[in-house]
Design a protein. Structure first.
Length: 376
């Protein structure tokens, strides 16, 4: 009975925290600190994601050796295993443990057998933090080795919290867009694109001056050769796509993310033309165009996929009749969708909708001594 009361209290605290208007990383750090009081764990991994691709935009953990963390990443992308984050993000079950997924035979999981067991970890409970069909982050909780793993009740507890945490992460996109979180004081880098060349092991081979400036705006320690999470994500996804076939241009991995200076960037990766397998990877870093960020911002306001599609046409300047023809709906239905969208965005007209999205896209232009929005 006392344990039930403790879990209920922890759930109330975590739900309040999810709707407290925190930035993405502060929200998950605080949430994990409180979650572990109700669900004992040995270590954890957390990441925010671009909902369009489920690529990581920020990631961190506790209790996991760096070498093991790299093995976890490789398993996620290159091995056939249970509970991959992409599967949980898009499948019917967003929360599941290794013990449960393997029917109590965790040794059948390569991740358990080759990574977790050697460092003394037992069951692993993963969660895709999704709301309205979109994944805004992921969690991975680890237990120390034991015959029993996470219970069905603990999985259900996390499952009940996941949508609230997802809503908090979704709201954080708009919070950080407003410049409400603390940021860096340095002036932002030039707006031109930067080119980063990586070896196949993802070590830095060369960068342009613009790329280096953007790396410093995104990451904390580029001088030590540490890649920011979005750069690592697109490079690894490229290698994953290359395993089976040549990658068509429209499948080249891309990820949208906000820098510590508050700007929206997009990173995309490709293999250098003429390079042999295992040759250099080119990652382009550039300031995101409004059209690239608008779908993410609209999703952050809770628009449905249909409303997002319609909003994109509004942002493109289409008339009501043109929108109706493009979506094969009546002008009356267009107006009904517009009314619902205006309510969600807190605007009263198309002009205000365009202005709202433009304002959320425009980064706080940091200057010496002035605070800016944060992408953390």
């Amino acid at each position: 009975m006392a344990r039930d009361r403790s879990a209920a209290r922890a759930k109330r605290e975590l739900i309040r925290l999810s709707h407290a208007g925190l930035g993405a990383r502060p929200l998950l750090v605080e949430a994990l600190g409180r979650l572990r009081r109700a669900v004992p764990l040995e270590a954890y991994f957390a990441a925010t994601t671009d909902p369009a691709t489920v690529l990581f935009t920020d990631a961190w953990g506790e209790g996991i050796p760096p070498a093991a963390a790299q093995l976890f990443r490789a398993n996620e992308l290159f091995e056939d295993d249970v509970n991959h984050f992409a599967e949980l993000a898009r499948g019917p079950e967003p929360v599941r443990g290794v013990y449960a997924a393997t029917g109590g035979r965790p040794q059948t999981s390569a991740r358990y057998r080759e990574i977790m067991a050697p460092i003394g970890l037992g069951d692993e409970l993963r969660a895709a933090l999704r709301v309205s069909g979109q994944c805004w982050g992921v969690l991975c909780l680890h237990r120390e080795q034991s015959p029993s793993g996470f219970t069905a009740e603990e999985a259900a507890f996390l499952r009940s919290l996941a949508p609230h945490l997802a809503e908090g992460l979704r709201a954080a996109v708009l919070l950080e867009a407003s410049g409400a979180t603390s940021g860096m004081d340095a002036a932002p880098a030039a707006d031109g694109p930067g080119l980063l060349l990586l070896a196949d092991d993802l070590s830095i081979v060369a960068t342009t001056t613009a790329a280096w400036a953007l790396l410093e705006e995104v990451g904390e320690r580029p001088a030590r050769g540490e890649l920011p999470e979005p750069v690592r994500s697109v490079a690894l996804r490229l290698k994953q796509l290359e395993r089976d076939a040549e990658v068509p241009p429209d499948l080249l991995p891309r990820v949208r993310f906000r820098t510590r200076a508050g700007r929206w960037l997009v990173a995309h990766a490709s293999r250098l033309a003429g390079a042999e397998p295992g040759g250099q990877i080119a990652v382009i870093l550039e300031v995101a165009r409004p059209a690239e960020v608008a779908p993410l911002l609209l999703a952050a306001y809770g628009l449905t996929p249909r409303e997002t599609e319609l909003a994109a046409l509004v942002l493109a300047g289409r008339s009501t009749d043109a929108i109706a023809a493009a979506l094969v709906i009546s002008p009356h239905t267009v107006q009904q969708h517009l009314k619902a969208m205006f309510e969600k965005l807190g605007v009263r007209s198309r002009r205000e909708l365009v202005a709202r999205v433009a304002a959320d896209h425009a980064a706080p232009r940091a200057r010496p001594g002035a605070a800016a929005g944060s992408g953390e």
